[in-house]
Design a protein around this ligand. Structure first.
Ligand SMILES: Nc1ncnc2c1ncn2[C@@H]1O[C@H](COP(=O)(O)OP(=O)(O)OP(=O)(O)O)[C@@H](O)[C@H]1O
Length: 752
């Protein structure tokens, strides 16, 4: 159930302008960024290689104007047995005094390596409000740091306590502690309840409506709510709560639609139950007659830049489907978490149970350094309603105590798994944003400037915004681990906290009544002095009593004064705007001119460079072409020579072949002639043989003829025949002679 209530009368709700402006990341001036970065490496020269991280020009907190330095406590975690076994104890951390810490870089640290290279220093000195050594017990730590804070909250102020440090340095231990040795949270709850014992507001006593501004839940509504929401708590707690009245004893849950000091809600009928820490003392409570207290708690976490209500029972049952909550601004500009459950508790025990339920929904994981590492920033808040029975028409004042267990900063490279890496990135980013906001605030305070503080850049810084801007006070607890292997991260965390030690609390803003009275007084003073000049600084010096409400005439006067102021401010704003415009214009022009000059210079340089480069390239190209062509020419010449020699060879070859050819032709001719000759010889031999045959035949015939002649004398007619034979014979002889002659002409070798 959500209730929206108007602002209570309390002074926290009557705000003046916050002393800083919000911004988005884009608005953040580079100066802040540079400032933060330089701050993280700022080193003031000190003797003997020592870096003293202390305020450079901090405006000292002065009790006269109510300003006070932000408290930064340091708690050193003791070594575990396994760390001692690993040789992690190398005396890196030592306390010079109860406020001064000395850090000596171990041999293998990055810082030491840097020092050996001549960069950075190996010895660092840090100053804190108080240092708590490893032997400090939870009780001692609570008594020395939180008692005052609890008292302030019960007096109606808002306080934020946050722990900062690397992972596994003892932040959760410091805030929550263990079941048997609680941290500052359970002890604060116990102290609050012990202190207000007997003054707890009891819902059952209450009339139907406390006042017009306050919602009072009926018992029926409460019981219905309890039935729904708290069955879970009872079952899972496994507490032997057999008492059937348990449900009705548990508180109800409402949403506050406002930031710190904004609204109030009502409803509870718890009994006072015994305190968890009986040894926890009470704190002296300011005497306010008729004031009773109602306590409400909430518990949420910022995980990967999403806000989750850890007391949302519906979401917790369906893991993985958690509903995210939105951060909104109330009508006074205070950020608050919308739809966050606020549980009304009546004892420290109940509040502790609520915390335990919330812890089950919190994001934890096992990392290489911590078995149970918080992967989110968790914020447990207690709102105290100061209900004045004697003034039932007055809206109750609300004060708030928020305890934030920041997730530990860590090196992303250590995380190999996707989820752990994403978580580590988000954790480091939001812590970095916190550092930037603190650095910007410090810069504003030291240099009296109104730099933009980038609260809007992360959920964490938005939640913290009210406490940094005068609506409350913050206190930082720095946890460190003495292990030598974690030296570099520890040094970084300490440098971060060194900036916070330089902060002073923003002054609480004045109430509207006090403001009106100061206006009237200021006007009175001016009229008596006959001056019309409005001096802003007068505001602060005028002492006013806000319990006396001004009459109608005074209010009309105040309206006139405010109208004058408004006109004056408008004029101032207009002239300021035109001045800023001019300045911006001039700056832009200068910037543009400068850029132009730089560009033309750059172009000229580029041109020269290009020219030079291309000239060199052309020369190279020319050289390479020349070489190429020379080589080619040489090659061609060689080829020509080769060709010439080839030609010559060819010519020779041609000659030889011609000779060979003519020889061949001749031999062909000879062979053909020889063939003819052979034929002729064959013919000749045949003819010879025939001739011999014929001659033999002829001789035979002649012999025969002779014989016949001898035998017969030839008649005269036979003389013709004989003459023909003679002729033939003569012819035959002639042919034979010719052949003999021809044969005589042929050389003897051809005839063979
Ligand atoms: N002062 C101390 N005395 C004894 N034990 C301590 C002390 N501080 C821390 N421890 C132990 O050291 C371990 C780590 O502490 P814790 O979980 O609080 O670290 P953390 O800074 O919250 O780590 P993370 O950021 O990873 O959540 C726990 O086992 C815790 O009990």
């Amino acid at each position: 159930m959500a209730v929206t209530l108007p602002s209570p009368r309390g002074f926290f709700s009557d705000e003046e302008e916050a002393p800083v402006f919000e911004s988005t990341a884009a608005d953040l001036p580079s100066g802040i960024r540079k400032g933060l970065l330089s701050e993280f490496s700022v080193i003031s020269p000190g003797a003997d290689n020592l870096h003293e991280h202390k305020p450079q020009s901090i405006p000292e907190a002065s009790p006269e104007d109510g300003s006070e330095k932000v408290k930064v406590y340091l708690r050193i975690r003791p070594f575990t047995d396994s760390e001692l076994e690993k040789g992690e104890e190398q005396a890196c951390v030592s306390c010079e005094t109860s406020q001064t810490l000395l850090l000596q870089a171990p041999r293998d640290s990055f810082a030491m390596k840097n020092t050996e290279r001549g960069v950075g220093q190996s010895l660092h000195k840090f100053t804190f409000s108080q240092i708590f050594g490893p032997e400090t017990t939870q009780k001692q730590f609570f008594n020395d740091t939180m008692k005052e804070v609890v008292k302030n909250v019960l007096d109606g102020e808002n306080r934020l306590i946050y722990t900062y440090g690397i992972t596994n340095s003892g932040k959760t231990y410091t805030i929550q502690g263990t079941t048997y040795d609680g941290g500052i949270l359970p002890r604060s709850l116990s102290t609050i309840f012990n202190t207000i014992k007997g003054k707890l507001y009891n819902r059952m006593d209450q009339k139907p409506s406390l006042c017009n501004d306050v919602v009072c839940l009926t018992n029926k509504q409460i019981q219905e709510e309890e039935m729904k929401k708290w069955t879970f708590l009872r079952e899972d707690e496994q507490t032997p709560l057999k008492d059937s009245s348990f449900r009705s004893r548990l508180g109800t849950s409402v949403s506050f639609d406002s930031g710190i000091g904004g609204v109030s809600a009502m409803g509870s009928h718890f009994d006072d139950s015994e305190s968890r820490y009986a040894d926890v003392e009470t704190v002296p409570l300011a005497k306010k007659s008729g004031v009773r207290y109602s306590l409400w708690v909430s518990f949420f976490e910022i995980y990967n830049e999403f806000i989750y209500d850890l007391l949302d029972m519906n979401s917790s049952k369906q893991k993985g489907k958690r509903q995210t909550l939105r951060l909104c601004d109330d009508k006074y500009g205070n950020p608050y978490v919308r739809d966050l459950n606020w549980i009304n508790v009546c004892s420290a025990e109940e509040a502790w149970k609520v915390l335990k339920v919330g812890r089950r929904n919190q994001s934890f994981a096992s990392t290489h350094l911590n078995q149970n590492s918080s992967r989110s920033h968790s914020i447990f808040s207690v709102r105290v309603l100061h209900i004045n029975d004697e003034q039932p028409d007055v809206t109750p004042l609300i004060s708030e105590l928020s305890l934030c267990d920041l997730a530990g900063s860590e090196r992303c490279k250590e995380q190999k798994c996707g989820d752990r890496l994403k978580e580590a990135n988000n954790i480091n980013t939001s812590l970095h944003m916190l550092g930037r906001c603190i650095a910007a605030l410090r810069q504003n305070q030291q240099q009296k400037t109104k730099q933009v503080v980038p609260f809007r850049d992360s959920k964490l810084t938005r939640v913290f915004q009210g406490f940094f801007c005068g609506r409350g006070k913050s206190c930082m607890i720095v946890n460190i681990n003495q292990c030598a292997s974690l030296y570099d991260e520890t040094l970084h965390a300490l440098k971060f906290s060194a900036i916070a030690t330089q902060l002073i609390h923003s002054l609480p803003s004045k109430s509207r009544v006090a403001y009106i009275q100061s206006l009237l007084k200021e006007q009175g003073l001016r009229t008596s002095e006959g001056t019309t000049e409005i001096d802003e600084s007068c505001d602060e010096s005028v002492d006013c009593d806000d319990s006396v409400y001004p009459d109608a005439e005074a209010l009309l006067n105040a309206i006139e004064i405010l109208q004058d102021k408004l006109i004056h401010e408008r004029q101032e704003k207009e002239s300021l705007e035109s001045r800023i415009r001019d300045e911006v214009f001039n700056e832009m022009m200068e910037h543009i001119n400068e850029r132009e000059r730089q560009f033309s210079e750059m172009l000229e340089n580029e041109r020269e460079l290009l020219e030079h480069r291309y000239e060199a390239k052309i020369e190279n190209l020319q050289n390479s072409w020349r070489n190429y062509y020379l080589q080619k020419i040489e090659e061609h010449e060689e080829q020509i020579k080769e060709l010439q020699s080839l030609q010559q060879d060819h010519g020779d070859q041609l000659d030889q072949s011609a000779v060979r050819e003519s020889g061949m032709r001749r031999s062909k001719r000879i062979s053909s002639q020889q063939e003819v000759l052979a034929h002729c010889r064959e013919d000749l031999s045949k003819t010879k043989a025939e001739l011999l045959l014929r001659m033999t035949e002829l001789q035979d015939k002649s012999k025969e003829l002779q014989r016949y002649q001898d035998l017969v004398s030839l008649p005269p007619s036979a003389s013709m025949l004989t003459s023909a034979v003679d002729r033939k014979l003569e012819e035959g002889q002639k042919v034979g002679d010719c052949w003999v002659k021809a044969c005589a002409l042929v050389p003897a070798r051809h005839l063979t």
